[in-house]
Structures are given as C-alpha cells and as structure tokens.
Ligand binder design. Structure first.
Ligand code: NDP
Length: 333
C-alpha cells in the first residue's frame, strides 16, 4: 500500500518537500469494515490550512501521518453487509492506494447518475459549498448582479451557474483567457481576467453597470478589494474562501485595503460559512444539484491529472491556477 504523508509543515507556499511517500502492507478488514481501492482523489485549497498547526474548524494533519481528503473508490473486500465487492463509494479517506475502513464512514455512489469523479466535485462538497453559500447567504434575486471570484475553479463555476438558474446576471473573475472563454461558454454574462486587466476596478465597473448585489468570494485579497468598491446597498457577500491569503507567513502581512468603510457605505452583509454547517440539508441539496445536472442546466469541468505519484503536483497547481473546474487525480493502480 502506498501512502502520502505530511513530511513537514510548510512555511508559506508548500512544495514537493511537504510530502513523502511510504509503502506499508494493506490492513486486513475487521468485522464491519471494507477495503477500498482508490480510483479518484480530490485535492482542495482548504487542505493548505490543515497543513499548518493552527486551531481551525478541522483538525490539522499530523506530521509523518497520512493526509486525508475526498476519495472515490471501489470496494475490493467487504466484511460488512452494507457493501459488496465492486460497489463504488465515496468518503473522506487517506491519501493511499487502499483504505481499510468502517463501512459506516463511506457512502455508495451511482455511476448511472454521473461519472464517478463528479462525486468529488459538482455532486460532492464542491457543489454543496456553492449551493449553500450562494442560496442561503447570497440569496440572489432575479435580475440582480452576482459576481464570483475564483470563477473558473470548482466551486466558482457551480456558483455562477446556480445564479443563472435563479435568473441573476453573472460576472466571473478568473486568471487566464482560456478560463474566461470557458466561463462564457457556461453562460456567464461577463468574465474578467484579473491578471491582464490594467485596471481590474474599471473592468469590473464596466461588467457590472448596475453595481454588485451578491459577491461570492473565493479568493480574498486585492481581487476582492476591487469588487467591494462596487457593492450596492444591502449587498450580500458570502465569504467562502481566501486562497490569496493561504500562504502568508505572518498575520502582519499587508492584505490590501480595508473593507470596513465599504461595508458601512453599502450596509452590505458579509458572512463567512463552512459547508459542514449545512450538513443536515445535504440530502435535499444533492437532489437539486443532480436534477439540474440531468436537465443540462448545470455543467461541470474537471482537470484530471493521472497517477498517484502526481498528487502533490496537482495540489500545488491549485495555487498557480493550473486547474479549470475541479482538480482531480485519477489513480491507476
Ligand atoms: P479552485 O478549483 O477554485 O482552485 C483554486 C483556484 O484559485 C485556482 O485555480 C486559481 O484560479 C485561484 N487562485 C489561486 N491563487 C489565487 C490568488 N492569489 N488570487 C486569486 N485567485 C487565486 O478551488 P475550490 O473551488 O475547491 O475552492 C475555492 C475556494 O473555496 C477556496 O478558497 C477554498 O478554500 C474555498 N472553499 C471553502 C469551503 C467552505 O466550506 N467555506 C468549502 C470548499 C472550498 P485563477 O487562475 O483564476 O487564479
């Protein structure tokens, strides 16, 4: 069994040296357990937080221990009446080729509804994050303008499309011309490349002639500073992520302009959230997401890297904008 361990806690941007591979025997399953062979593995920006030793909403990873995250796999041995060999499942499991786990910790997925990798993205926590952040906090109304940053990423892409389903005008912000094209193809009304515009503020102002009613923030930092200048009265700002700040090394580091005056002026509501806050409602939301998918109202993109040996590189690529849509690793073993 190959595993990926956290070798050391990164200072600033993680590198290949943050990770270490180890080979150990596969654990034999006990009563009620299954052995799951990893097929697809999710790499996510929030994992950067777990690599630090800071108190947060999830426990930090331990140094010299296996890293864990979302996995889709196949049951290859079962000592549980919940699963048979050949069943496909998903769960939060170790970054290893095989996981021997209590069957209650994983749930079955259905290939007839969507390809297996979708359960790590649009039909997994990614889709749910977009769904609750946008609908519960953002509350977009027909004709309103919704801006989303990190728009060509996994969460951002779903946010924009749900906002369209709700009849809003949608403007995405992303970091390459290719991403801008993809967003337009997905039905975003406007998309702005924050890396090439001379004045991001002016470009956004042009893209949002009626101001911004909902700003779904995935990135924080300078990009968000610009959007905040355009908030309409009583705008809503779901704070989903702040990837631009995940690798800063000191709380004193300058994070750009302060937003408080803009919130006062607009009387906007800004609220952070964590997708697990909504776990009671996951079932209903998953039904909506699967329905929109089957009706063709919701599309998704994935960037799939092949090979377990490329997991670190796929993770590091998130901070360089290498992914379009959900970044996934396909494990061929
Ligand atoms: P993405 O697929 O969006 O991947 C990250 C993207 O962020 C990159 O492709 C890159 O795109 C962009 N990016 C990287 N660095 C910067 C930077 N310095 N400034 C601006 N953009 C940057 O990841 P996810 O969709 O999985 O996650 C999106 C955000 O949502 C993350 O911040 C994540 O932590 C958060 N999140 C929060 C959850 C919650 O419960 N609150 C749950 C899940 C995710 P580009 O080329 O456009 O720069």
């Amino acid at each position: 069994n190959r595993q990926i361990l956290l070798k050391e806690r990164p200072q600033g941007m993680p590198t290949e040296d943050t990770f270490e591979y180890r080979d150990i025997p596969v654990d034999a399953p006990g009563e009620g357990q299954v052995v799951v062979k990893t097929m697809y593995l999710s790499v996510d920006p929030y994992m950067r937080g777990r690599m630090s030793n800071l108190k947060s909403y999830v426990e930090p990873f331990e140094v010299n221990n296996v890293i864990s995250g979302g996995i889709v796999g196949e049951v290859v041995e079962s000592k549980s009446d919940r699963f048979s060999v050949g069943d496909k499942i998903t769960g939060m499991l170790g970054w290893q080729l095989y996981n021997t786990v209590d069957a209650r910790l994983v749930r079955k997925v259905d290939e007839a509804i969507a390809p297996l990798s979708a359960y790590l993205g649009v039909l997994g926590l990614t889709g749910l994050t977009a769904y609750f952040g946008l609908l519960d906090i953002g509350k977009p109304q027909e004709g309103e303008t919704v801006v989303v940053s990190g728009a060509a990423g996994a969460v951002g892409m779903v946010v924009g499309q749900i906002a369209k389903i709700r009849g809003a005008r949608v403007v995405g912000i992303a970091g390459s011309d290719r991403k801008i094209e993809v967003l337009k193809d997905l039905g975003f009304d406007e998309a702005v490349n924050y890396k090439t515009e001379d004045s991001l503020y002016k470009a956004l102002k042009q893209a949002c002639p009626n101001g911004v009613d909902v700003y779904f923030d995935n990135v924080g930092g300078p990009v968000s500073d610009k959007v905040m200048n355009l908030l309409n009265d009583f705008a809503r700002v779901p704070i989903c992520g702040a990837i631009s700040a995940y690798n800063i090394t000191s709380p004193d580091q300058d994070m750009g302009q302060r937003i408080q005056p803009k919130l006062i002026k607009s009387r906007a509501l800004m609220k952070g959230f964590i997708v697990s806050d909504y776990s009671k409602f996951f079932k209903e939301a998953s039904v909506d997401l699967a329905k929109w998918l089957s009706e063709g109202k919701l599309k998704y993109e994935e960037t799939i890297v092949e090979g377990f040996e490329n997991v670190p590189q796929a993770f590091l690529g998130l901070f360089k904008g290498e992914n379009i849509g959900k970044q996934i690793v396909k494990v061929n073993s």
